[in-house]
Design a protein around this ligand. Structure first.
Ligand code: ZN
Ligand code: FE
Length: 266
């Protein structure tokens, strides 16, 4: 199983999985980078996965399905997408607990509400390789998505669910937000050498035009403040910023304080 990040727009990644002949794409917000990558590697598209309804994740779906007629599309059952509906037999609404078979892989569907109400993540454990998670706009390296449709409690539960996956899981986020997220993480945990070291490493990657992704889950647990709401240093920082009304022993309150802080952080 080969994994490729296709840059799109200013800071999106469209993830492409292939076996040398056939490919599946995740969140094709734009069809052009996908068509180019398929042509360059002589691949046929055999599936499209969508994590949530936002246009930067769905904008290329129609054009790809015109080019590859009848290509299966898996989309969140609880969201309305700007793509063909249930009348199309190759459109498969899926929900948490479902599993998808394509490309010889089994893809596990995980409910991750918070960024949007019906947001899904897709998890693969390829034989002989580290697991792969496509998490859309739920989990970012050193950060998390904004709460457009969900509550802090929902997003915290979704992130906790993802954080419980195996250590070696390769986290395939839909945006290159790592550097700005790490600057925020450094404000939350100024004493963390893990955050400072990873910021240096990722700055080097970006200077060379390289993606900072996939992120490794074991490292995310050490650097991502949103996965660390149970850590005393993060709890203290959240209370210091949000005020004494925030209960440091309530992980959802700590998460909500961090999310609000990040929204205004420059
Ligand atoms: Zn989004
Ligand atoms: Fe997005």
């Amino acid at each position: 199983m080969n994994l490729v990040a296709l840059p799109a727009f200013a800071d999106n990644y469209i993830w492409l999985v292939h076996d040398g002949r056939k490919a599946v794409v995740v969140d094709p917000g734009d069809e052009l980078p996908v068509l180019q990558a398929l042509e360059q590697a002589s691949l046929t598209l055999c599936g499209i996965l969508v994590t949530h309804h936002h246009p930067d994740h769905t904008g290329g779906v129609m054009a790809l399905r015109e080019r590859f007629a009848g290509v299966p599309l898996w989309t969140p059952a609880n969201e309305r997408l700007p793509v063909p509906g249930a009348a199309d037999a190759a459109v498969h609404p899926v929900r948490g607990g479902d599993s998808i078979r394509t490309l010889g892989l089994e893809i596990e569907v995980i409910d991750t509400p918070g960024h949007t109400a019906g947001h899904l993540a897709y998890f693969i454990q390829p034989v002989g390789q580290a697991p792969v998670l496509f998490c859309g706009d739920t989990l970012f390296s050193a950060g998390c998505g904004r709460l457009f449709e969900g509550s802090p409690a929902q997003m915290h539960a979704s992130l906790s669910r993802l954080a419980a996956l195996p250590d070696a899981t390769r986290i395939c986020c839909a945006h290159e937000y790592t550097l700005s997220n790490l600057r925020f993480a450094a404000a939350v945990e100024p004493a963390s050498s893990d955050v400072a070291g990873h910021l240096r490493h990722c700055s080097g990657l970006r200077e060379q035009g390289q993606p900072t992704l996939p992120a490794e889950l074991a490292r995310e647990r050490r650097i991502n403040p949103f996965l660390r709401c149970d850590q005393p240093a993060v709890q203290r920082a959240a209370v210091a910023h949000a005020g004494p009304g925030t209960d440091p022993n309530d992980p959802v309150a700590v998460f909500a304080a961090l999310r609000a802080w990040k929204n205004e952080f420059r």
